[in-house]
Design a protein around this ligand. Structure first.
Ligand code: SF4
Length: 362
């Protein structure tokens, strides 16, 4: 009997993609990757550290699995483990192992050592890399293809730059292979995702941009059925220049854009360390609509950032009403220890944040 591993993933699409990669490493080593309804030999919790609330949910999940599967090895990986494995070990004695991303390649050895059943001998039939990639990127009906990781913007509320490090873009050759694998797997839609997706290529220093990733998608079109389409994960507004928008135009691209706003108040945006004013954000949205007249634009807003006054909040409400978003995701500010915002004065009471979220979504 091969050992069976359940991978529980919290957080963003980049995390989901990382979990798929982990699953592939384990499959190649002869393990079975099972669903939540099986009784696994090991549970891997792919954690998210984006907010204090996200971390709380991760801790809760680890405790729940410890209770539900007392015999299984519980392994914590993902952003919480990257940030501070020591802190995770301390606050989660229920976890047997805490493994940062740099060490996940050794997970098969670790699981072999700590679980009872031997895995089946590795499949020696030399699976093609393409087949492996197919499993790697499978995610429901849509293939998420992570082409960028990391961020160096250090917005005041965000832990991601500490957890995921500097921007790193995926080379064209790898993207090509993963697109072909997605096609072979029968996917008809590929969503390109990244932590700071619009910055794709900025670390290559050869002028590569997100437009080049779109060209790769176009070149892969013959491998897909006719209805193949492409979309983007979340985009940072200030990087959406005229040139980039012209470059990403493609018959394959669905005109759906998720462009993070976070606040419609200039003073709050400044305190957040965002790189635009409300007027500049509005200009970006007009620019997107000029290039893509049918664009549906969605956004995120953080409500109750430290020191957010009633007047600043009202600025955000007015701004959101004016922009005609397809959908607004409003989150109450959740302090994340280790970020400047967590230590800022004038934290907004929880009740007030709740009220403001409700008011914004009316
Ligand atoms: S741009 Fe800001 S919010 Fe987005 S990942 Fe980077 S630091 Fe975090």
């Amino acid at each position: 009997m091969p050992r069976s591993i359940y991978i529980h993933t919290l957080g963003c699409k980049a995390n989901q993609y990382d979990a798929e990669q982990l699953a592939e490493i384990l499959r190649r080593a002869g393990f079975g990757v099972c669903g939540a309804d099986a009784v696994p030999d090991a549970v891997i919790v792919q954690t998210c550290a984006v907010t204090g609330e996200a971390e709380r949910k991760c801790r809760q999940a680890v405790r729940r699995f410890r209770h539900r599967f007392p015999e299984a090895a519980i392994i914590v990986t993902g952003c919480m483990a990257n940030l501070s494995p020591e802190a995770v070990k301390e606050c989660l004695p229920e976890a047997d192992f805490v493994i940062p991303k740099t060490e996940t390649a050794h997970l098969p050895e670790l699981i072999t050592k700590v679980t009872k059943n031997a895995p089946e001998a590795e499949d020696k039939t030399a699976r093609l890399p393409l087949q492996n990639m197919q499993q790697n990127i499978r995610h429901k009906s849509k293939a998420y293809l992570k082409i960028q990781d990391g961020c160096d913007r250090f917005c005041a509320y965000c832990i991601i730059p500490y957890a995921r490090g500097a921007p790193a873009s995926k080379p064209a050759e790898e993207i090509r292979r993963e697109l072909e694998a997605a096609a072979a797997q029968g996917f008809r839609h590929v969503q390109l995702v990244g932590i700071n997706l619009a910055a794709y290529g900025s670390d290559f220093a050869d002028g590569t941009t997100l437009a080049d990733a779109v060209r790769l998608c176009e070149q892969a079109a013959p491998f897909f059925p006719q209805s193949y389409s492409v979309s983007f994960g979340s985009l940072e507004p200030d990087l959406l220049t005229e040139e980039l928008l012209a470059g990403i135009a493609s018959p394959l691209l669905l005109p759906q854009f998720h462009i993070s706003l976070q606040s419609g108040s200039d003073t709050v945006l400044r305190r957040m360390g965002r790189r635009y004013t409300a007027a500049e954000y509005a200009e970006v949205i007009h620019r997107v609509r000029r290039h893509f007249p049918a664009a549906v634009i969605t956004t995120d807003v953080i409500v109750g950032f430290p020191g957010e006054t009633e007047a600043e909040f009202k600025d955000t409400v007015r701004f959101v009403q004016k922009m005609g978003f397809g959908k607004v995701h409003a989150f109450p500010f959740s302090p994340r220890e280790g970020t400047p915002a967590a230590a800022m004065p004038n934290q907004v009471p929880q009740e007030e944040k709740k009220k403001r979220v409700a008011a914004l979504l009316v």
